[in-house]
Design a protein around this ligand. Structure first.
Ligand code: AMP
Ligand code: ZN
Length: 470
């Protein structure tokens, strides 16, 4: 079955047909780099990484190119606030959290996007798109701001299913005196003296959030793109506004299917909750990705994130993590048992493709991995090595699309995950320091902790080595 995608705009599952199969384009809204990402923020990059792997597998063998862009928002009020609090330039804050983000993405085995456009590198493109929107009569300048005039775009609200009249009736948005309509949104705004600013025809200032994506999409991928993705919270206003901007910049505001000039398919992932609650600072249940991937293998986190269909809500809890680890143990167990048999073939079986091509049905795809691991186990028991080799080839090829089972099975079972390694190595360095200071109480405390971690330390002439007991 060829790939079908649930399109948020048309509210139905549709056959995916790229505009040009030799150049398939995908854009996903990326992080605002002012702090560590939480586990909810990790859902879109992991989900869309599976999509990109699938698209590459589909289009690249016949010479097509898949171009995936995920932006970095490095201009934002929260970034300004953090930099001001720390007394450092914004670039220092954004570089720190972007580096952490990329490190955590690598632990999740999320492949790097082909393009990672930064707002600070695209101010010219942003100003250019704003100018085009003004020239098309869809935006106006007022008091150093440029505002998009929502009344100029009749299809405004099509993506989110909102109607402008209803929106106005129930308006709770801040009504600034310079706005013609309360729903007009900012394309450009003036900066205060201590805020970062760039020159523009409307005065020095900085871009609004929505315009960055539409301008960078036009600049880096070209319009229209095939697929635009992000979390469900971005449908309104972010993506609704992106469509309005992208379409109006090209003077197509009044065509019936004008939105097709921007993105042909819209995909949105559902929200992640923690122990059935919305993550929030006030509840104190915000789980940082950076901490999670220290505490357990990134693969467990990735598996857990893919264990529900991407459009469904996903609840993050201990049971989910235990189950994810158990599932991976089962799959790695089969690969471990068949370690001496070379895989035969490098294609996933039809059932796997059927699931993953059905709007990324990852739970169905995972079920197909279990069926293959059972085939391996049965083949091993029966001594049918040809069957084992075939199932192993299919399992590895399928797991590759989900981005899992990439470790050496023996290593997986050695119990040496990254989090443990980091902790043990830190403890050994502390132990050495404690001994050098003849702080025996501290050295004993560290020994007890290593025992609790089930680690045996062997002191040797070149320093200490260690292994997990058992
Ligand atoms: P933000 O940094 O808030 O712009 O979010 C980055 C990405 O994470 C966006 O695509 C959001 O839709 C997505 N996102 C934020 N919170 C959650 C959550 N709890 N569950 C799933 N996705 C989320
Ligand atoms: Zn965006």
């Amino acid at each position: 079955m060829p790939l079908h995608i649930h399109d948020t705009l048309r509210r139905e599952k549709r056959l995916f047909e790229p505009r040009d199969p030799s150049r398939v384009t995908l854009y996903v809204c990326g992080p605002t780099v002012y702090d560590y990402a939480h586990i909810g923020n990790a859902r879109p990059p992991v989900v869309f990484d599976v999509l990109v792997r699938l698209l590459r597998r589909t289009y690249e063998p016949s010479g097509g190119q898949v171009i995936y862009a995920r932006n970095v928002t490095d201009v934002d009020d929260k970034i300004n606030q953090k930099a001001a609090r720390e007394g450092v330039p914004i670039g220092e804050v954004t570089a720190r959290y972007e580096a952490a983000y990329l490190e955590d993405m690598a632990r999740l085995n999320v492949s790097a996007p082909d393009i990672a456009p930064h707002v600070t590198d695209h101010i010219d493109a942003i100003v250019g798109q704003i100018q085009a929107i003004v020239d098309a009569g869809c935006a106006y300048a007022a008091e150093g701001h440029v505002l998009f005039d929502v009344s100029s775009y009749p299809a405004y609200g099509a993506l989110s299913g909102r109607n402008l009249d209803d929106m106005i009736a129930g308006a709770r948005v801040e009504v600034a005196p310079y706005k013609k309509n309360p729903h007009d949104f900012v394309l450009w705004k003036p900066s205060k003296a201590d805020e970062p600013s760039w020159p523009s025809p409307w005065g020095d200032g900085r871009p609004g959030w929505h315009i960055e994506c539409s301008a960078m999409i036009e600049k880096t991928l070209g319009l229209p793109i095939d697929i635009h993705g992000g979390g469900i919270d971005l449908v309104f206003p972010h993506h609704e506004n992106e469509i309005a901007q992208g379409v109006c910049a090209h003077g197509h505001a009044h065509g019936d299917e004008a939105h097709d000039e921007y993105a042909r398919y819209w995909m949105h992932n559902g929200f992640l909750t923690v122990d059935a609650e919305k993550m929030s600072k006030s509840i104190g249940n915000v789980l940082l990705l950076h901490d999670l991937v220290q505490a357990m293998p990134g693969e467990v986190v990735r598996w857990a994130l893919l264990s529900a269909h991407y459009r469904q809500p996903l609840d993050w809890n201990q049971g989910l993590l235990d189950q994810s680890r158990k599932n991976l143990d089962r799959l790695y167990g089969a690969l471990h048992r068949a370690a001496d048999i070379a895989p035969d073939g490098d294609q996933p079986p039809a059932e796997f493709l059927k699931a993953v091509e059905d709007d990324l049905n990852t739970p169905g795809a995972m079920a197909s991995l279990f069926a293959l691991s059972s085939e391996i186990e049965r083949g091993m028991t029966a001594g049918d090595h040809a069957a084992v080799a075939r199932a192993k080839g299919q399992l590895i090829a399928s797991a590759d699309i989900l981005g899992v089972l990439q470790s050496d099975p023996a290593e997986w079972f050695s119990g040496v995950d990254e989090g443990l390694k980091t902790e043990v190595e830190g403890l050994l360095a502390d132990r050495q320091a404690a001994r050098a200071e003849k702080n025996w109480a501290e050295a004993d405390r560290i020994r007890d902790r290593l025992n609790a971690l089930n680690v045996v330390v062997m002191d040797g002439p070149t320093g200490a080595t260690w292994r997990v007991k058992g």
